[in-house]
Design a protein around this ligand. Structure first.
Ligand SMILES: Nc1ncnc2c1ncn2[C@@H]1O[C@H](COP(=O)(O)OP(=O)(O)OP(=O)(O)O)[C@@H](O)[C@H]1O
Ligand SMILES: [Mg+2]
Length: 218
């Protein structure tokens, strides 16, 4: 599903953020990505969720080279990827329902299907009773559950989370991590970048270590 061959990423005016990355992530895998600050974790994830593109090397997603995608192919791939962020990135002036529905508004689905999907996602994260609330009225843990609902509302086959528990206490972090692992047991490919070594130890899942842009063999 995801193959990287000798990927390098340079940002303007910066040294390499990623150096000679080779990796293979199969459908249904769960992978932790860890390493010190600045190691390139977010950059690697951004390449995979198609926010950035490699400076050189090849990144294949579903056998398609991400550097050679037509606009339509890019949109199609992005439709199947859900992303969860450390700072939630919810829109404060939209209510919970609208935040979760947002990724569906660009699709041409009828309103009743959108409602079904939104309620099913909110049910999964246990927040159906908060549909009318606005993000600033929710706790951090609740906001991140909304972040998860928004990420899964399109039934993505790839779920990417960049430090999803970075702003949460241990109990809230566990709730979120358990949901990501559960999504994986339901068949979704899940990639989680985290500093939280305690979390990584808790779940015996494969771990990719990055340091100064390179994969570190352990
Ligand atoms: N948009 C950008 N422009 C220029 N340099 C960038 C940009 N984004 C990241 N970098 C640089 O690329 C390197 C890798 O950054 P990245 O955000 O991928 O690290 P990270 O492992 O996610 O770190 P953290 O744990 O702090 O989130 C760093 O040196 C960073 O300063
Ligand atoms: Mg980061």
């Amino acid at each position: 599903m995801i193959r990287a061959f000798h990927i390098y990423k340079y940002y303007q005016g910066n040294q390499s953020a990623l150096i000679d990355i080779n990796l293979k992530i199969d459908k249904g895998d769960f992978l932790f990505v860890t390493g010190p600050s600045g190691a390139g974790k977010s950059t690697l994830l951004k390449l995979i969720y198609l926010r950035e593109f490699p400076s050189s090397g090849q990144l294949l997603i579903d056998d398609k080279n991400t550097l050679h995608l037509k606009r339509r192919e890019l949109e199609e791939l992005r439709r199947h990827i859900g992303v969860v962020f450390q700072d939630f990135k919810l829109i404060p002036y939209l209510n919970v329902y609208e935040n979760v529905a947002l990724p569906l508004y660009i699709s041409k689905e009828p309103e009743f299907r959108i409602r079904q999907r939104v309620f099913s996602a909110l049910d999964y994260v246990g927040l159906v009773h908060k549909t009318e609330k606005f993000p600033p009225q929710l706790s951090g843990g609740e906001q991140q559950r909304i972040g998860i609902a928004r990420a899964i509302v399109k039934n993505p086959n790839l779920l990417i989370a960049d430090e999803p528990t970075g702003n949460l206490d241990y109990e809230r972090a566990l709730e979120i991590m358990n949901m990501l692992v559960d999504m994986n047991t339901r068949g979704t490919t899940v990639i989680v970048a985290t500093h939280n070594t305690e979390m990584i130890k808790r779940y015996s899942k494969p771990v990719l270590f990055l340091r100064e842009g390179r994969i570190e063999e352990r």
